[in-house]
Design a protein around this ligand. Structure first.
Ligand code: SF4
Length: 705
């Protein structure tokens, strides 16, 4: 009977960086139901509304099922041959830096690993970047500057153990719902735990806030340098921690005092009520256990790295780090942004959290991979990569599992770049996206529920994602497609893999290669797993060092950091306003973000009809003051525009939106409506260190249609 074939599979949700465990009930190659995995440390049985609708998203409608060249169906052999020859001929004529891969925080660690190995070890270029660049690359750079390595010190439990939780640049209730549920439960159990939300908008997250600070857009840097000055003036520093475990304190404090030496000055620069700001500062100085959770509102900024360091400076100056309930905590947007960081999926990384700054790293990775052409310098970051595609320096690009024509800033420029490019290869599980429309070669990839591998969530927990449905149509796994292309390019010896388990074990072995405790990213214990153990692996937090009796849950409990001196670096931060300011032509600030029930460009979530019950069409939030001034009423159709593009959406007049600013969601693309691609309005201005675009601050104008 059908019921006798039912089975329960533990896997991971493919949406946000919370990384919830999902129990999937499968019968006859169909996903019947999902529930939260009670044993997964991230969610302990919970799921949000997106995760609980997963079983409504696995039908084949809209799936890409057959390889195509120039819109015509072809065999896999033809498609692989076309890609391999195209890349080889381009490299032969123009060199390795004339090609690029653009990856995704949606693909699995094993997919990322082979893509990175092919480009950086065998082709010989570091032109591998990922849509994670748009998500958390500022936090990565801030971690590296402060800690000497890209480390998230704490874990989700710290959000429950803390006495003061500061949520900055994060609408946690909508963007990381299960983390929010955990915070709500913690607050209910311990009402004395204080929660502060720092956000220009009054979001759903403010519902649990003891204090909401609606600061001026982009002024977060001033708020945290102001806090450091306050802590010094009010003798709330931890001098012994500063003396023993940090360097650069004097310069950091001097810079902070120069720009925001008084609460009044910080409040003025942030556009905040002085008493409210002082309340936060006082709470911070009086409370031992503080967590500052930060997300895209900090990262997506032309000074996002400095903002991250301004936050970390305050934790270091007070020793609020490495202890239960005390940490600066960057939460990632995507399901595998962290896994991509581990294998080197960013153009400024090499592999296993090693970068290009130390020649020994390059030799080590070269030797481990037996790489014929190891990359020796950083590649182009996303915005620069597509600029190079546009001006012809990059002639062949392979885009995997992402839709840059909708999600990159200046999205129309990205489309133009791809239309000019000689060879555009796109692997995806969806047939029609803004980006697949620009492809010369389309490669059908398996989707969630069909593919096997691992992902790492925001608290460093590696979880198995399971393939429990047969690959749809003629689709193949990303790692298989990449290995086939590598083999066709003549690199069979580096890509002998026949399962994701084999790839994971090589990745784990590389993390421990010539390590001996010198590098923090070490999962060498997992290199000992058999194929069966890999398949049955339960969630595990890294590091997992071979031979270690215990592995730390939190980093820095011993006060040792990964810098040459072993001390954390405090950075002198000069806060900056967003690069593009409003003008008489474009007097409004456009902010972008997620809504609760949709994910990215809606290719999966739009399939679950009930997820459209929350919000079913693109919109713009605006304040009653602006509505009055522009003669706009709720539900009016309005045009938002600037010199880069225009969008047409419905007005939502709301008290939660501050005057002078607008908010539009990122989810709607040309697939759903040709005129709501919000990224066509975002300029390609980036943080100079991280290369992360300023997606939260675009000057625009609006008019009623
Ligand atoms: Fe999935 Fe994130 Fe919801 Fe968890 S919180 S179920 S990972 S979308």
């Amino acid at each position: 009977s059908a019921s006798s074939q039912a089975c329960q599979v533990n896997t991971t949700c493919p949406y946000c960086g919370v990384g919830c465990g999902v129990s999937a009930e499968v019968t006859d190659n169909r996903l019947i139901a999902v529930s939260g995995d009670k044993h997964h440390p991230a969610n302990q049985g919970r799921l949000c509304v997106k995760g609980s609708a997963l079983h409504e998203t696995t039908d084949l409608q809209g799936r890409l099922l057959q390889p195509q060249i120039d819109g015509q169906p072809v065999s896999w052999d033809q498609a692989i041959d076309k890609v391999a020859r195209g890349f080889q001929e381009t490299i032969a004529q123009y060199g390795p830096d004339s090609v690029a891969f653009y990856l995704s925080g949606q693909i699995l660690t094993e997919d990322y690993y082979v893509a990175n190995k092919l480009m950086k070890g065998f082709i010989g270029s570091a032109n591998v970047d990922t849509n994670s660049r748009l998500c958390m690359s500022s936090a990565v750079a801030a971690h590296k500057r402060a800690f000497g390595a890209d480390l998230v010190p704490g874990c989700y439990e710290d959000l429950e153990l803390t006495d003061l939780l500061i949520l900055v640049g994060s609408n946690t209730a909508w963007a990381h719902p299960v983390v929010y549920q955990r915070i709500v439960a913690a607050k209910k159990a311990r009402p004395q735990m204080k929660i502060v939300v720092i956000d220009p908008r009054q979001t759903a997250t403010c519902d649990i806030a003891d204090l909401h600070l609606p600061l001026k857009h982009g002024s977060d840097g001033y708020l945290f340098t102001g806090l450091l000055s306050y802590l010094a003036v009010n003798e709330a520093l931890d001098s012994s921690f500063i003396n023993q475990h940090t360097e650069g304190f004097d310069n950091a404090l001097q810079a902070a005092s120069q720009f925001t030496g008084s609460v009044a000055e910080a409040a003025r620069l942030c556009g905040l009520d002085e008493t409210d700001l002082e309340t936060l500062y006082r709470w911070y100085s009086e409370t031992e256990k503080v967590v500052t959770l930060f997300s895209q509102g900090i990262n997506q900024s032309s000074s996002g790295v400095d903002k991250g360091n301004a936050i970390i400076n305050c934790h270091l100056a007070t020793g609020k780090i490495g202890k239960p309930g005390a940490a600066p905590f960057s939460i990632t947007g995507q399901p595998n942004a962290m896994g991509g960081r581990e294998v080197g999926g960013l153009a400024n990384q090499l592999a296993a959290h090693m970068d290009f700054s130390d020649p020994a790293n390059i030799e080590r990775v070269k030797a481990f991979w037996q790489a014929p052409h190891i990359a020796r310098k950083e590649g182009l970051k996303a915005v620069d990569m597509f600029q190079a595609v546009h001006d012809g320096r990059i002639k062949a690009i392979w885009i995997m599992g992402t839709n840059p024509v909708a999600s990159m800033p200046d999205a129309d420029f990205i489309r133009d770049a791809l239309q000019r490019c000689e060879l555009v290869v796109v692997s995806d599980c969806v047939e029609k996206t803004d980006t697949t429309a620009c492809a010369d070669v389309l490669l059908p990839a398996t989707g969630w529920a069909e593919k096997d591998g691992t992902v790492t969530n925001s608290e460093r927990v590696i979880s198995r994602q399971k393939g429990f449905l047969k690959p749809a149509g003629n689709s193949r796994h990303d790692w298989q497609i990449i290995c086939s292309v590598a083999q066709a390019m003549g690199y069979a010896e580096g890509f002998p893999f026949s399962s994701p388990g084999e790839i994971f074990i090589e990745h784990a072995a590389l993390s421990g290669f010539e390590n001996n405790g010198k590098r923090f990213f070490d999962i060498s214990a997992l290199a000992e797993l058999s194929e069966r153990q890999y398949n049955e692996m339960t969630p595990v937090r890294w590091p997992q060092v071979k031979g270690a009796k215990t592995n730390p849950v939190r980093f820095f409990s011993d006060g040792k950091f990964n810098t040459p001196s072993g001390r954390a670096r405090m950075l002198p931060v000069e806060p900056k306003a967003p690069l593009n300011q409003t003008s008489s032509h474009y007097p409004l600030v456009l902010n972008t973000g997620r809504i609760r029930d949709q994910w990215h460009t809606m290719t999966r979530t739009s399939k679950a009809i009930r997820l459209l019950n929350h919000i079913d069409q693109p919109f713009v939030d605006l304040s009653p003051v602006d509505a009055l001034q522009y003669g706009i009423s709720d539900s009016d159709l309005i045009e938002i525009s600037n010199s880069l593009g225009r969008c047409v959406v419905r007005a939502k007049v709301t008290d939660g939106q501050p005057a002078g600013s607008l908010f539009m969601p990122i989810h709607w693309t040309a697939q759903f409506t040709s005129r709501a691609r919000v990224d066509s309005l975002i300029a390609s201005v980036c943080d100079p260190i991280a290369g992360q675009p300023e997606s939260k601050h675009a000057p625009v104008t609006m008019r009623k249609l």
